[in-house]
Design a protein around this ligand. Structure first.
Ligand SMILES: [Ca+2]
Ligand SMILES: [Ca+2]
Length: 478
């Protein structure tokens, strides 16, 4: 019975996948420059998450586009975040909560239509480079051309700095290699080359940068450009006392302890800020190439990061939590045609990256498959007073959800424990208000926004290393 239901659902989806192949992007359809960033939190100039961040190029883009200052990922991990965004389905509807090996895409491609593939099948030439999906592999169903990275694990020569033992990943040292030898330089250069070509069809150019993901290494001048003293984020020692057991289990407490013992937090934060500046530098190269190209006035730029990052807040390092540090992301849309808005606007209502799919299909005049989650942000691009209809939800494992509004964050774990934070009075999410009787109505209203049903976790091809901080059984059960 269950199998039959699954088969008929698949047939329904397959039917809808083929139905809109008739649609074609017209000659006037805009080009799209899609910039994917890995692990960048709000430590940028245009989001103000760290006062010493140096990001002039992204700041410039934010100043002429719409800067979504309260944007959140569908999941605070590379693989589930990117699967949600590119397939257009929330983890609680797809069952794609954890990390997956590359082989999962074969079955997902049968089930869903990815955004690049939809564009390719509807009149776009699609070009990709670097980390778009989790993993760096191209697929000819999605891409006319894809620049796959070779030797991404190549060992760089390193300058002085902090490193955990011999760990290649937990390294926070500058490189002494030439810019051109770095992955993100190559990925951006590929994008620049595409922008220099003549295009007879609209193009979708996806550039996937791999920094500021660990290891936090990049050319030394980006380390040197930072002030001598790096400020710590706001951290309160008693913050954890009102957090339920499940929330605590997501934290990367061991890293925090190690960095404290090694007196290394400042070095770690400096290296992270340096890698953000290096990423910004490569984005600047790309945006300059766009400005100098014939496509400057007919290209939509979408810039996003797959999730945020803790750098000591809540005594945690990395991502994989349902708190603000891990879910908030840079997200900018700039429409070079200036048909939709005047530019230089901010949007401070909560918004999810799940909305990128429907936004880009609307802007390119192609119908999104009916099953695609989220809603188009085109009304917001036209008028930033516009309210969205759908809630902004982040999933981390089946049954664990956060919902963000302009004022609130509400978290509910699979065992029913909860957190509630008021962002007007408590931007650091220090004071869990869930047991305060004054806010029971708020809590109930927010709780009603969470998914009523959630898909079973797809068990095949789960990466063995996908379950950071989470008991593996919890991916399987509620
Ligand atoms: Ca990531
Ligand atoms: Ca607290």
């Amino acid at each position: 019975m269950k199998l039959l239901a699954t088969i008929s659902l698949l047939m329904l989806i397959t039917a809808s996948v083929t139905a809109f192949n008739k649609e074609r992007a017209g000659e006037k359809a805009p080009n799209i420059l899609f910039i994917a960033i890995d692990d960048m939190n709000d430590w940028t100039g245009f989001l103000g998450g760290h006062p010493q961040a140096i990001t002039p190029n992204m700041d410039k883009l934010a100043a002429k586009g719409v800067n979504f200052t309260n944007a959140h990922c569908s999941a605070p991990g590379c693989s589930p975040s990117r699967n949600a965004l590119l397939y257009g389905v929330e983890p609680f509807n797809s069952g794609l909560y954890p990390f997956y090996e590359h082989a999962i895409h074969e079955q997902l491609m049968d089930r869903y239509m990815t955004l690049p593939r939809l564009l390719k099948e509807n009149g776009y030439n699609t070009y990709g480079a670097g980390k778009i999906h989790h993993g760096n592999k191209g697929d000819e169903r999605e891409w006319n051309d894809f620049f796959e990275l070779q030797n991404t694990r190549k060992e760089f020569k390193k300058g002085a700095g902090y490193q955990v033992g011999n760990s290649k990943k937990n390294s926070f040292r500058p490189t002494v290699n030439a810019d051109e030898e770095h992955v993100d330089h190559k990925v951006a250069s590929y994008g620049i080359d595409v922008l220099k070509e003549e295009h007879d069809k609209p193009f979708f150019l996806a550039v996937g940068l791999v920094k500021p993901h660990l290891p936090f290494d990049c050319p030394e001048r980006f380390f040197n450009a930072l002030p001598e003293k790096i400020e710590a984020p706001a951290i309160w020692v008693d913050d954890l006392k009102d957090i339920p057991k499940e929330g605590n289990s997501f934290r990367r407490a061991g890293d925090d302890k190690r960095f404290k013992k090694d007196n290394a937090w400042e070095d770690v934060r400096r290296a992270y800020l340096a890698c953000i500046s290096w990423t910004d530098y490569n984005i600047g190269r790309l945006l300059n190439a766009l400005e100098e190209s014939p496509y400057a006035d007919n290209t939509i730029v979408v810039l996003w990061s797959d999730h945020g990052f803790h750098l000591g807040e809540k005594m945690s390092f990395k991502k994989f939590t349902l708190w603000e540090e891990a879910t908030r992301v840079p997200f900018i849309i700039y429409d070079g045609r200036e048909m939709t808005h005047q530019g230089g606007q901010t949007y401070s209502e909560a918004v999810s990256l799940i909305n990128i799919y429907r936004t880009l299909t609307e802007l390119s005049g192609i119908e999104a498959p009916a099953y695609v989650d989220g809603e188009s942000l085109v009304p917001v691009l036209k008028n930033t007073d516009q309210q969205l209809v759908k809630p902004t939800i982040t999933s981390w494992g089946r049954g664990n959800y956060a919902v963000r509004t302009k004022e609130w964050r509400y978290i509910r774990y699979f065992d029913g424990t909860e957190e509630l934070y008021n962002h007007k009075s408590d931007a650091n999410e220090w004071y869990n208000l869930v047991n305060d009787s004054k806010y029971q109505k708020v809590k109930e209203d927010l709780s009603a926004l969470l998914p009523i049903q959630d898909a079973e976790t797809i068990q095949e091809y789960i990466s063995p290393w996908s379950v950071y901080g989470v008991d593996k059984q919890k991916w399987k059960t509620k």
